[in-house]
Write a protein that binds this ligand. Structure first.
Ligand SMILES: Nc1ncnc2c1ncn2[C@@H]1O[C@H](COP(=O)(O)OP(=O)(O)O)[C@@H](O)[C@H]1O
Ligand SMILES: [Mg+2]
Length: 308
């Protein structure tokens, strides 16, 4: 999870160090630490309300932490930067949101949605160069440029709109892409296509990616690393393969058991059994423990709280 642990790869683009966020009495994030590396994705997994979007908003600087530090290429961003630095950061860190419908303006064509960020990026703004840029972007996200350019958002399917959102994010050549539940509002049948696309653009563009999901089963499609979060705390994290094949924290085990077609007996037990198990996990996870156990070279879990 840190550069020293991966001597063969570049240093982190983004690093969160003990990030906290409190909303009045609600501790949405209770000390979250992880890094994003170029060409690699980290999956942030947990149920609704555990703090995933808060984390994404802090990384995108749409929200400020109440504690801890956010680093960008080694520079502490906790203090406000100059207006120019803020502008550059906002270009460099792009987001794709859950709702592909509300994130596009219904009054504008696909072409228009991509021309704006291309111009912002300082792209050659002659009409011909812009057209080429738009064509290239659409092709790179698997849309037929000739067909989709002049379409309006309502003429596209949810999956096609999400592809346009991804193209728009890529138009400014970012180094970080934060995708907050990018497939949860899409038809189940096309979710994997979008995840495959994210995995591909991550590689092609050397993106440091944060993939947020409540569906732990999808983490391995996109992400080399995983952080499982419960009630604002990281409970288990590390190499995706290591965590998913050998989940140690009861909460990770619970998430995996709840996966449809997970092949575990738990699923057949029905929701009453799930709720009972969830209640047990909640009691195990409090009070919160500061003790971190190392399970493998890149596999960690928060020790279970003492039972009183
Ligand atoms: N602007 C806000 N004001 C008050 N509470 C908030 C705000 N944003 C998030 N929260 C609370 O913080 C917690 C985490 O929310 P969120 O990050 O949206 O979770 P997730 O994305 O995992 O569903 C929740 O309890 C939520 O109600
Ligand atoms: Mg959310």
């Amino acid at each position: 999870m840190n550069a020293e642990a991966h001597p063969s790869i570049a240093g982190p683009v983004i690093r969160l160090d003990d990030i906290r966020r409190q909303f009045g009495p609600v501790h949405a994030l209770k000390g979250v630490s992880f890094s994003l590396f170029p060409g690699r994705a980290l999956a942030l997994v947990g149920e609704s309300g555990c703090g995933k979007t808060t984390c994404a908003r802090i990384i995108a600087r749409l929200d400020k932490p109440t504690g801890g530090s956010l680093f960008f290429r080694g520079q502490d961003l906790t203090a406000r930067g100059t207006a120019k630095e803020e502008r550059l950061y906002r270009k460099d860190v792009q987001m794709v949101f859950q709702d592909p419908f509300s994130s596009l303006n219904p009054a504008f064509t696909v072409s228009h949605h991509l021309a704006r960020p291309l111009q912002l990026h300082g792209h050659d703004t002659s009409r011909a160069a812009l057209e080429d840029g738009i064509t290239g972007l659409l092709a790179s996200v698997g849309l037929d440029p000739a067909v989709s350019k002049q379409k309006f958002p309502h003429e596209l399917s949810g999956g096609q709109r999400q592809r346009v959102n991804i193209a728009r994010a890529l138009a400014v050549a970012p180094s970080v892409l934060v995708a907050d539940e990018p497939t949860s509002m899409l038809d189940v049948s096309i979710r994997k296509d979008i995840l495959d696309l994210l995995a591909r653009v991550k590689q092609e563009n050397e993106l440091a990616m944060l993939y947020i999901t409540h569906d732990i089963a999808t983490a391995a499609h996109v992400a080399e690393e995983i952080v499982v979060m419960f009630a604002g705390q990281m409970v288990e994290w590390g190499n995706t393969e290591a965590v998913l094949s050998n989940p140690r924290h009861p909460y990770t085990q619970l998430l995996l058991s709840a996966v449809p077609d997970g092949g575990r007996p738990f699923v057949t037990g029905g929701s009453a059994r799930f709720l009972e198990q969830a209640e047990r996990v909640r009691s195990l996870s409090r009070p919160e423990s500061a003790v971190i156990e190392q399970i493998g070279s890149n596999h960690f879990m928060r020790a279970l709280g003492a039972q009183t």
